[in-house]
Design a protein around this ligand. Structure first.
Ligand SMILES: *[C@@H]1O[C@H](CO)[C@@H](O)[C@H](O)[C@H]1NC(C)=O
Ligand SMILES: *[C@@H]1O[C@H](CO)[C@@H](O)[C@H](O)[C@H]1NC(C)=O
Ligand SMILES: *[C@@H]1O[C@H](CO)[C@@H](O)[C@H](O)[C@H]1NC(C)=O
Length: 158
């Protein structure tokens, strides 16, 4: 049930992506912590757009459910594969967040969305990233992306 709701939320927002970019941190496994510098990590390939903006959304928080959400970073170079974000506000809520990457000048052109993730209280020990142990691809490598990639238009936020 939880998995179904999760998938539905992502599809309802936007899952189409013409890119190979995948956000690996934060995720359902890797949370953020309020008030300190937090990782954003992603994978990409050479055909991907060279830069993107990062936005934060939470469909349960009115201030993060309107427009494009909260802008976290502009024109991040895709080749970095990793950057750091510090949230200046505390939303008093720890679940239901996701970030997405968009075209640098059009937040409606969404390249990829993260899984839903948590933001834990200030002082919580950061989640420790464990890189995948083997580069061998498997048919089940991307279960959350199975509905993506069939459309030829970007889904708007509106
Ligand atoms: C990069 O990813 C795109 C989208 O998944 C794919 O079509 C393309 O073949 C990939 N290119 C390389 C060089 O891996
Ligand atoms: C980025 O965030 C991680 C995780 O909290 C932290 O260990 C690291 O020091 C931060 N790096 C920078 C440059 O702020
Ligand atoms: C931004 O992207 C959306 C979705 O592709 C498109 O409908 C819209 O016209 C674009 N806006 C601009 C200013 O290019």
């Amino acid at each position: 049930m939880r998995g179904y709701i999760f998938s539905f939320l992502l599809i309802a927002f936007a899952t189409f992506s013409a890119t190979a970019i995948e956000i690996v941190y934060p995720s359902s496994q890797y949370y953020w912590v309020y008030g300190s510098s937090q990782y954003v990590m992603w994978t990409s390939n050479s055909t991907d757009p060279s830069s993107f903006n990062i936005y934060l959304r939470n469909n349960d928080l009115p201030q993060l459910a309107v427009g494009s959400g909260l802008a976290l970073a502009n024109s991040v170079a895709t080749s970095l594969q990793k950057t750091n974000i510090t949230l200046s506000d505390n939303y008093g809520k720890d679940t239901g967040f996701f970030i997405y990457f968009s075209h640098p000048s059009n937040a409606s052109m969404i390249y990829t969305t993260s899984e839903l993730f948590s933001i834990k209280p200030s002082g919580t020990a950061p989640s420790v990233y464990t890189p995948p142990s083997t580069p061998t691809p498997t048919p089940e490598a991307s279960p959350t992306k199975s509905a993506a990639g069939t459309s030829s238009t970007y889904k708007s936020l509106a």
